[in-house]
Design a binder for this molecule. Structure first.
Ligand code: PAF
Length: 283
């Protein structure tokens, strides 16, 4: 694997390559990232990964400074798996040599809801860096995890609206055996919090089961789920049932008619904020 830190080196490595498959990350790689690389490998050649902790997508009170930076370990993991041909690991000056005055603004009805409501500016920061990374890597395929469901939708919409020739592939959420979605932020959890953390997914599964059993009262299901979590010490930002296609709230009739849905949640355990989601396709 070649590790490059500048855009010029990256372009040298990729000259003439037309089937690049790309996996953007912020590093601190775990099994879920490695699975994204495997999927990338099935859909393109060469596979390029990036590691860049993007300041633009962090709010002033978020964990940008303490976000784990583990480049040496990450390189070792990628070397072991042998899926990635080039790792692009730029520093901040390389990516933002001057203030990033041109930025991508996702529409408020997609980027301002759910995560966007609780993390203002987040999807603008994500879209801007993804656009920039796409411009550096020029992939034909890029892989994103479904754990960041709204991010996946924002990126897909951005590609469609700007006619970017990048096919966005979604990878299923990778979970620990107890259901907790893998995330770099899980490492912040204290042991008791780690034991409690699977309740987030278990709660989403209860919503899924209720809908599959014919319940169509989204508001009641959301409130019940949020109350269950709060009763176990979670600080809930949202539990929200949405349509898969546009993340808008479904009508009861749509739920009954089997509209593909997704239930999304974000909640804090102690100081750690976790997100998760579950797709619901009623037969
Ligand atoms: O999902 C992430 O790790 C980040 O949001 C991404 C897509 C690498 C952009 O910084």
């Amino acid at each position: 694997m070649k590790v490059v830190h500048t855009i010029e080196e990256l372009r040298d490595q990729l000259r003439g390559q037309l089937r690049v498959a790309f996996v953007p990350t912020m590093g601190n790689l775990h099994q879920a990232h490695l699975s994204l690389m495997k999927l990338a490998r099935q859909h393109g050649d060469p596979v390029v990964a990036s590691i860049f902790v993007n300041r633009l997508q962090f709010g002033p009170n978020e964990d940008f400074d303490r976000y784990p930076r583990t480049l040496a370990d990450d390189i070792e993991k990628l070397e072991r798996e042998r899926d990635v041909y080039v790792l692009f690991a730029p520093n901040e000056r390389e990516m933002y040599p001057e203030p990033q005055n041109f930025q991508i603004q996702p529409p408020p009805d997609l980027g301002g809801i759910l995560e966007g409501e609780f993390r203002p500016g987040f999807f603008g920061g994500v879209s801007t860096v993804v656009m920039k990374l796409f411009s550096c890597v020029q992939p034909s395929v890029a892989v994103f995890g479904k754990k960041d469901y709204q991010q996946l939708m924002v990126v897909r919409n951005m590609c469609r609206q700007f006619q970017l020739p990048v096919n966005i592939l979604a990878h299923e959420t990778v979970r620990d055996a107890d259901g907790l979605a893998l995330s770099s932020r899980n490492m912040y959890l204290q042991p008791a919090e780690r034991a409690e953390a699977p309740r987030l997914f278990a709660t989403l599964k209860k919503v899924q089961a209720a809908i599959e059993a014919g319940d169509a009262d989204a508001q009641a299901l959301e409130s019940q789920a949020a109350e269950d979590l709060s009763a176990h010490g979670w600080q809930v930002d949202y539990v929200s049932l949405r349509r898969q296609r546009d993340l808008l709230r479904p009508q009861a009739g749509e739920i009954q008619a089997g509209e593909p849905l997704v239930v999304l949640a974000a909640a804090k355990l102690g100081a750690t904020r976790l997100i998760d989601n579950l797709e619901i396709c009623k037969k």
